[in-house]
Design a protein around this ligand. Structure first.
Ligand SMILES: [Zn+2]
Length: 130
């Protein structure tokens, strides 16, 4: 995976742990300088923001089905840090996980809505300082 992802078409796949014994496929697609996230779980197939997408975006290793994808996840994290909109996406996913855990329902709904809209439209991946 190259660090420079602008103007490239890229697919990054992860196997995510779910409630069943078979993993779900979470796929990040970069197209026309926009990032989209897909998941083949029930919610994901309806284009909803599922916990698999949230956890992978947040960089949560415990969601990974295969330990050997940890490195890939770290790399994704580092790439996300370089692009302001992707960085924001990551902080929102982390904040959302915190809100779910602490049962801050109103915060949870607000962030969930933002993240869902962001991912539906695709997240821009322009680097700030070029
Ligand atoms: Zn899912």
């Amino acid at each position: 995976m190259a660090d420079k992802i602008e103007n490239q078409e890229i697919k990054i796949n992860f196997k995510a742990k779910g409630s069943k014994s078979t993993p779900y496929n979470v796929c990040f697609v970069i197209q026309n300088n926009r990032l989209f996230a897909n998941c083949d779980c029930k919610a994901g197939r309806f284009r909803q923001l599922c916990k698999h997408k949230i956890d992978i975006i947040a960089g949560d290793e415990s969601r990974l089905f295969n330990c050997d994808e940890k490195e890939k996840l770290n790399h994704l994290k580092n790439v996300f840090l370089k692009y302001p909109d992707l960085k924001r996406l990551t902080s929102r996913a982390i904040r959302l996980k915190g809100a779910i855990q602490q049962e801050e329902y109103i915060v949870e709904v607000a962030i969930r809505r933002k993240l869902t809209n962001q991912l539906k439209e695709g997240v821009t991946i322009y680097r700030k300082n070029i």
